[in-house]
Ligand binder design. Structure first.
Ligand code: DX5
Ligand code: ZN
Length: 219
């Protein structure tokens, strides 16, 4: 069983207080920082590129978990590597859900010395990607439609978490099961009970006091 990890999403950070909030994150029980990179095309929202990650890398030793919500993610992974990314998570839909293209992308991420994560939109079925479970370090289940923080938790996505937990046991694998979207003190319990060990939380963490909200999610 993997240790339960909280990965605050900097999407919800108050960037007028970036230095202060990064210090609080460093002093909190968070182990990862989650970066929601959006290109304004794969999803309607436009957020930040590798350049911002660089700033965080200079002020935090937390594991940099980069979630690429992009149409052409592979065009940018070298920039993220150079900016200090530890993990790159790609969407199956960015590769038209093509397993061989996804496998090639995962290999490229590994060849650059980063961990590889896979994720998919709530409306995309997970079963077709079973053969890739041996190739990744993390599977990220989206519990909201990608694009914006502060949305409501989609409980039906927990079926994917239960499937991932079952497959991990059957195959003797150890990938992390991460969940992203609508995580708060109540939905975190349901997510962990279903098999999640890595929780992304944006609005809940930055709206309720960084340190205490992260501790609350770990209870
Ligand atoms: C959606 C984003 C959000 C974000 C977390 O594309 O990925 O899920 O990380 O947002 P909250 O925790 O505010 O729902
Ligand atoms: Zn995310």
């Amino acid at each position: 069983m993997n240790e339960i990890i909280i990965a605050p999403s900097v999407l919800s950070m108050d960037f007028s207080k970036m230095q202060e909030q990064t210090k609080e994150l460093n002093e909190s029980k968070a182990k990862w920082l989650h970066f929601d990179v959006m290109d304004g095309h794969f999803v309607k929202n436009l957020t930040f590129g590798a350049y911002i990650l660089n700033g965080f890398k200079k002020t935090s030793d937390l594991y940099m978990d980069v979630h690429l919500m992009m149409t052409n993610p592979m065009d940018y992974i070298e920039d993220f590597k150079n900016a200090g990314a530890n993990q790159i998570t790609i969407h199956t839909e960015s590769f038209s859900n093509d397993v061989s293209k996804l496998s090639e992308a995962i290999k490229t991420i590994h060849d650059m010395g980063m961990d590889a994560g896979l994720t998919l939109k709530p409306s995309t079925a997970i079963e077709p990607f079973e053969c890739l479970l041996t190739e990744i370090e993390t599977f990220l289940v989206m519990s909201v439609e990608p694009g914006f923080g502060g949305q409501s938790f989609m409980e039906d996505q927990l079926q994917k978490v239960q499937w991932l937990k079952k497959k991990r046991e059957e195959k003797g694998l150890s990938y992390r099961i991460e969940i992203d979207g609508g995580i708060n003190d109540k939905t975190a319990i349901k997510a962990i009970e279903s098999g999640c060990d890595t929780l992304v939380a944006g609005s809940y963490v930055f709206k309720n006091g960084i340190k205490q909200s992260i501790e609350g999610l770990l209870k």
